[in-house]
Write a protein of this length. Structure first.
Length: 321
C-alpha cells in the first residue's frame, strides 16, 4: 500500500480508538491533540483457550470491545496491579484483567489482538493503574539558578489527550531494570503505567524502556528542536509544508551523515545504513529496502531537506506536535 495512504488510514484508525478511551481523573475536557497510534484498552474476565490465547469478556453490554481474543507473547509484560512487579504466573480462568492491545485488530468476531501490556491480580474496588504514552511535557517557569534545581513536578499530556501532573512525592521506578528514574526521565514518547489515589493524584509511575532514538519538535516556520535542544539550522516551508534539514536533525540525534555520488544524503548509525535519499526523489533506501516518502527530497544551497514527518519517521524520533 502507498505509504501516504497507509499513514492516513493509520491516523484515522487511531482517532477512532482514542475516542473510545476514558478521560483521566477530573479533567472532563481533554486538550486538543493530534491522533497518535496507540493501543486500545480492553478488560474483562479470562477464559483460557486451547491454542494458548485468552478470551477476554466484558460484562458491560455497552463496552466498545465486549469480547477480545488476546494473544500473549513471551515478552508481554503481565503486571501485578498492586505492586507493579511482574505477576510471575499465567492468567487464570475467571479472573479479571485489564489489557492494552493492538492497535491493529482483526475483523473477525470476536477480534484477535496482541497484548502489549496486561494488568492482573486486581483487588475488589481497586483503582487499576492506567497505561499511557507521553505526547508532550508542558514547559514550566524555573528560576535562573545555577546549578539548576531538581524538578518538583512535571505536567504531562498523553497521546490520548489526558493531562497528568507527577510530583516528586510520587514513586517512580523502571520496568525490569535498575536504572534511576526521576521526573526528568519522563520525556515525550515514554510509555508509563500510572497509579492514582481516590483524589486522582498520581502516586506511582512505572517507566518502560524508551522505544525511540529521541524526540523532535518543529515550528510551522521550520525551526526545529531535537531532545529539547534548538538547532541553529532551520527548515524551509515550501507550499505550506515544513521541510527539515537532514544533516542537522540526524546529527543532533546521534547519527552520521555523508554525501555519496549516486546515493545522495546517506545517514548511518555506526556502520549500518539508516537511509539514503537523492534530491528530487520521492523514495528513500533503507536497510529494509525502498520506502515511499510523503514528499520529494529537496536540495538548496548545499542543504538537503525532507518533509518533516518523513525525516522524523526515518530517524526513529518521536514527533512532538
Amino acid at each position: 500500500m502507498n505509504k501516504r495512504v497507509s499513514r492516513i488510514l493509520a491516523l484515522a484508525l487511531c482517532a477512532a480508538m482514542v475516542c473510545a478511551l476514558p478521560a483521566f481523573a477530573a479533567n472532563e475536557t481533554a486538550p486538543e491533540t493530534p491522533a497518535y497510534l496507540m493501543p486500545v484498552r480492553v478488560w474483562g474476565t479470562v477464559t483460557r483457550l486451547e491454542n494458548g490465547a485468552v478470551l477476554l469478556k466484558n460484562s458491560n453490554e455497552n463496552a466498545a470491545h465486549r469480547e477480545t481474543i488476546l494473544h500473549v507473547t513471551e515478552t508481554t509484560p503481565i503486571i501485578d496491579a498492586v505492586t507493579g512487579l511482574p505477576l510471575g504466573r499465567e492468567l487464570r480462568d475467571g479472573e479479571t484483567v485489564y489489557a492494552w492491545v493492538g492497535p491493529a485488530m482483526t475483523l473477525s468476531l470476536p477480534p484477535h489482538a496482541t497484548a502489549e501490556l496486561i494488568v492482573a491480580n486486581i483487588p475488589a474496588d481497586f483503582a487499576v493503574p492506567q497505561y499511557y504514552q507521553i505526547a508532550k511535557v508542558q514547559p514550566q517557569a524555573t528560576a535562573a539558578i545555577y546549578p539548576p534545581q531538581p524538578l518538583t513536578h512535571v505536567d504531562l499530556v498523553t497521546t490520548g489527550g489526558e493531562e497528568l501532573t507527577v510530583t516528586d512525592e510520587a514513586t517512580l521506578f523502571p520496568y525490569l531494570t535498575r536504572q534511576m528514574v526521576t521526573l526528568d526521565s519522563l520525556v515525550p514518547g515514554s510509555r508509563v503505567l500510572v497509579w492514582t489515589d481516590a483524589k486522582g493524584t498520581v502516586t506511582k509511575v512505572m517507566l518502560f524502556a524508551y522505544a525511540y532514538r529521541g524526540y523532535a519538535f518543529w515550528e510551522p516556520t521550520g525551526e526545529v528542536s531535537v531532545n529539547d535542544q534548538r538547532l541553529r539550522v532551520t527548515g524551509k516551508v515550501v507550499d505550506g509544508e515544513v521541510l527539515l534539514p537532514i544533516r542537522a536533525v540526524a546529527e543532533a540525534a546521534g547519527y552520521t551523515v555523508n554525501w555519496a555520488p549516486g546515493q545522495g544524503a546517506v545517514v548511518s548509525d555506526g556502520e549500518s545504513l539508516v537511509f539514503s535519499v537523492l534530491p528530487g526523489q520521492d523514495t528513500a533506501l533503507t536497510a529494509d529496502g525502498e520506502t515511499e516518502l510523503l514528499g520529494a527530497c529537496y536540495y538548496e544551497k548545499g542543504t538537503t531537506y525532507l518533509p518533516a514527518d518523513d525525516l522524523i519517521f526515518l530517524l526513529d524520533l518521536f514527533p512532538v506536535y
